[in-house]
Design a protein around this ligand. Structure first.
Ligand code: HEC
Ligand code: HEC
Length: 505
């Protein structure tokens, strides 16, 4: 079951779109830059040509927003270094909300209630551990807090049309909705438990080395609300790291669309398409966030997190009962936490804005050892293996970005923010917005080398199946099959250097 939007169909959709078209559809150039700026930008974002020393500015991989603080387990929790005083104050308030444990209603701690009735976690931080990534459950007795499972069923014709137009991401299970909530407030059953078993497989690498990959087999046990739809599709996702998101938001649409190659016109085996989704006002935007890029902004992603993950209403998604469906009537009838004197929602707009501001201003740490010989050899291997075809090294952000701290920065996120077919091994066979069941958004790689410094259980790829960076690379298939095969064929020192390079990011 696929819901692929062809470009032709998309143009028809665009013509009917209520808001302005996506900048860059048609106009493939940056309207925020002067001619002189454009030349400078082209120069500084050109691919690396020599690998005997670090490039200029490479250490500060998020420009002036980079954190140059000493690296330890808090390395992902610092504010962008170029935030002004007022920005730092907002960051601190947002930090409090990101860490806050919400409680169920009614409660004596009035401004903190409204959790659930169904939920996955009590705080943002419970999943985005220390502002870093999550991990799958450690065993059958561990709950899956920093991971969630998305649910959907094959869409009806009408739903399919709404998906094609960008209004709907997927058709929900009629009883369980869009996401499995494995926790519930007292008096209500949880929706079920996530169970993951692994099948191990050995991969032989050149030079006599081997690697062991674990393939997850996902199941849901103890369904709390009767049987699932027979066509149920599941997709497990770990929480991604929170750093550098405002800068990703400030990459110009034209820079993203310029790398699209949906029909692989250049014949390099790599296509790449932007996910096009509607924002809450119905405007068509490039999807940038989430493992399939279905959210156009950090604020929208955050509103969905409040609703789906914690059962909290915001002005963007005002249902106090969170993700309870019509079929879950007892859940819809539970008390909620909205209070007239604080606003119509459990999380009023100003608080949502603070959380979004915080989420957009977590700094990317500076590179380590970027000029060391092994790291440089690894960088060369990264280029030579074709990783840069998707993990685009550099951009200069918009001059007119909303936040001054994100404007006109040379950044090195190593992503094209496009969707790629990653092959059978990684397929979840569950389409989401314009992404099909084999496609994933190239994740940014900045900071990835610090993942386990932040949290020892940190895992890689959308469902956290990869325990190491090498395992993550060896899972690449589909459009990335060639790059993956080159890594398998590398001699051991070159492969080790490639990993050292990733660790230096
Ligand atoms: C139950 C775990 C969980 C909780 C709680 C949670 N998140 Fe997430 N978050 C995720 C997962 C999983 C994703 C990826 C979603 C996807 O692929 O669609 C994500 C994605 C994101 C992203 C996009 C990051 C990127 O690189 O694409 C942002 C921003 C975000 N969450 C913010 C928040 C905020 C703010 C909160 C609290 C209001 C929150 N999250 C609560 C699990 C969680
Ligand atoms: C065709 C595009 C493409 C190419 C080429 C490619 N990648 Fe990726 N990469 C992706 C996508 C998409 C994902 C996310 C897949 C998933 O989560 O299932 C990913 C994930 C990763 C991850 C894990 C990121 C995370 O946050 O968990 C690493 C590490 C990585 N790639 C490194 C590499 C290296 C090294 C190469 C070259 C050998 C490479 N990639 C080539 C698209 C690509």
């Amino acid at each position: 079951m696929r819901a692929r939007v062809s470009i032709a169909a998309f143009l028809v959709v665009l013509a009917a779109a209520p808001g302005p078209a996506i900048a860059g559809d048609g106009v493939l150039s940056r309207d925020d830059l002067s001619g002189e700026d454009r030349e400078r930008v082209a120069e500084v974002t050109a691919p690396a040509a020599v690998f005997d020393k670090a490039e200029r500015f490479e250490r500060r991989q998020a420009g002036a927003a980079t954190s140059t603080k000493r690296v330890n387990a808090n390395a992902f929790s610092h504010p962008s270094e170029n935030l002004d005083f007022e920005g730092r104050q907002k960051f601190l308030l947002g930090n409090g909300l990101f860490r806050k444990d919400w409680v169920s209603s009614p409660s004596s701690t009035l401004a903190s209630d409204g959790l659930g009735p169904l939920f996955n976690a009590r705080s943002c931080q419970a999943c985005h551990i220390k502002d870093g990534r999550g991990h799958p459950p450690a065993g059958h007795d561990d709950n899956a807090v920093s991971m969630l499972v998305r649910l959907s069923i094959p869409p009806t014709e009408e739903e399919e049309a709404r998906i094609a137009e960008g209004f709907l991401a997927a058709a929900p299970d009629p009883v369980y909705g869009n996401q499995l909530q494995d926790m519930a407030v007292a008096g209500l059953p949880a929706e079920g438990r996530v169970r993951i078993d692994y099948e191990e497989m050995k991969i032989a690498l050149a030079g006599g080395e081997t690697a062991t990959l674990r393939k997850p087999v996902l199941a849901i046990t103890d369904p709390g609300y009767g049987p699932f739809h027979t066509g149920l599709m599941l997709s497990a996702r770990i929480a991604p790291p929170m750093i550098g998101l405002g800068l990703l938001n400030a990459i110009h649409d034209a820079d993203i669309l310029a790398r699209e190659d949906p029909d692989d016109a250049d014949g390099d085996g790599i296509s790449g398409r932007a996910n096009r989704v509607r924002d809450h006002e119905g405007r068509l935007k490039i999807g940038r966030f989430g493992w399939k890029a279905i959210q156009p902004s950090v604020k929208e992603q955050s509103a969905h997190a409040f609703l789906g993950d914690m059962g909290l209403s915001t002005p963007l998604l005002p249902q106090h009962f969170g993700e309870c469906t019509e079929a879950q009537d007892a859940c819809r009838a539970m008390p909620h936490g909205a209070q007239a004197h604080l606003g119509a929602e459990e999380v009023p707009g100003d608080l949502l804005d603070l959380v979004a501001f915080y989420s957009e201003n977590l700094a990317v740490p500076a590179r380590r050892k970027e000029g060391g010989p092994e790291v440089l050899a690894g960088k060369q291997a990264f280029y030579a293996a074709g990783c840069v075809s998707c993990h685009t090294p550099k951009y200069v952000t918009r001059r007119d970005a909303t936040e001054p701290a994100h404007r006109f920065q040379l950044i090195w996120p190593y992503t094209d923010l496009l969707l790629h077919d990653m092959g059978d091994g990684l397929a979840d066979d569950r389409p989401e917005a314009g992404a099909d069941g084999r496609e994933w958004r190239t994740p940014p790689l900045w900071g990835i080398g610090l993942s386990k410094t932040i949290h020892g259980e940190a895992a890689f790829l959308h469902d956290g199946r990869a325990r190491t960076l090498l395992e993550a690379v060896l899972w690449h298939g589909g459009e990335a099959q060639g790059a993956r095969d080159r890594v398998v064929e590398m001699d051991p020192p070159e492969r080790a250097a490639l990993i050292r390079f990733l660790e230096s990011l």
